[in-house]
Design a protein around this ligand. Structure first.
Ligand code: ZN
Length: 244
């Protein structure tokens, strides 16, 4: 049951998906991998939507070069752990939810513990090796993975549901080269909010998720397009059989 304060706080979205939808959000646990350009808007909008438990992981400290896009981190947070900086802002944005912010590098040794109990995993990373690790563990645990990635004015989003959709390695069998990429802050803002929107839809059972669809945002042309993607039978992660 929602409290009076919750009915008031979430009144405008309860008009969309009812108190039942809001209760689902309150009961949801979301793991967000990264508190950078994507992770900041994802975490902020899921926090104010009332996702009951948010676990956020980022190993880095705030650097001045982050401030053009990582909107939970401000000038006064430089040299602070991003996990702490984000946690402080999110608690102030919504004191009614639980936020667990951890300063850690996501790797083979801790990923299972980090995602344990999550209803959804949000890929807000900046590198493909960690994304592939999250993809494998999401499949193993049977937990949906909301993928987002950005570069420059371009971004992409897809919703991966184990057993129902192509996985990340079906769609991107090879990682793009690691680089310090150019980016304008609006790009992770837009892509992060599409990921947060997918999370809210998934949790409340509203709308059509981006299943087997890759959404591409071209910020220079101001276009959004979706392309159908397919599971690869020879995928080393989710493919069960190899076709002749
Ligand atoms: Zn696959």
């Amino acid at each position: 049951m929602l409290t009076e304060q919750e009915r008031e706080r979430y009144a405008r979205q309860i008009l969309l998906f009812g108190e039942e939808g809001q209760e689902r959000l309150n009961d949801a646990k979301v793991f967000i991998a990264g508190a950078g350009g994507l992770g900041c808007p994802v975490a902020l909008y899921l926090a104010v939507a009332g996702v009951g438990e948010i676990r956020l992981v980022d190993r880095d400290t705030v650097d001045r070069t982050n401030l053009n896009r990582q909107v939970l981190h401000w000038e006064s947070d430089i040299s602070e752990l991003k996990a702490r900086s984000a946690e402080t802002k999110l608690r102030e944005a919504n004191p009614d939810i639980q936020i667990e912010a951890l300063a850690a590098t996501i790797d083979e040794t801790n990923v299972r513990d980090l995602i344990a109990g999550a209803d959804l995993i949000v890929d807000a990373m900046d590198n493909f090796p960690t994304r592939y690790l999250l993809n494998r563990e999401a499949l193993r645990a049977g937990v949906p993975l909301l993928h987002g990635a950005i570069r420059g004015f371009d971004g992409q989003v897809t919703t991966i549901v184990p057993g129902r959709t192509a996985c990340l390695e079906c769609i991107f069998p090879e990682a793009p080269p690691a680089e310090v990429f150019p980016v304008v802050g609006t790009t992770p803002g837009i892509i992060g909010l599409i990921q947060a929107n997918e999370a809210i839809k998934y949790i409340t059972g509203t709308g059509d998720p981006l299943l087997n669809r890759l959404l591409l945002w071209d910020g220079l042309a101001a276009t959004l397009e979706t392309f159908t993607v397919e599971r690869r039978p020879d995928c080393p992660v989710c493919g069960g059989e190899v076709r002749p």
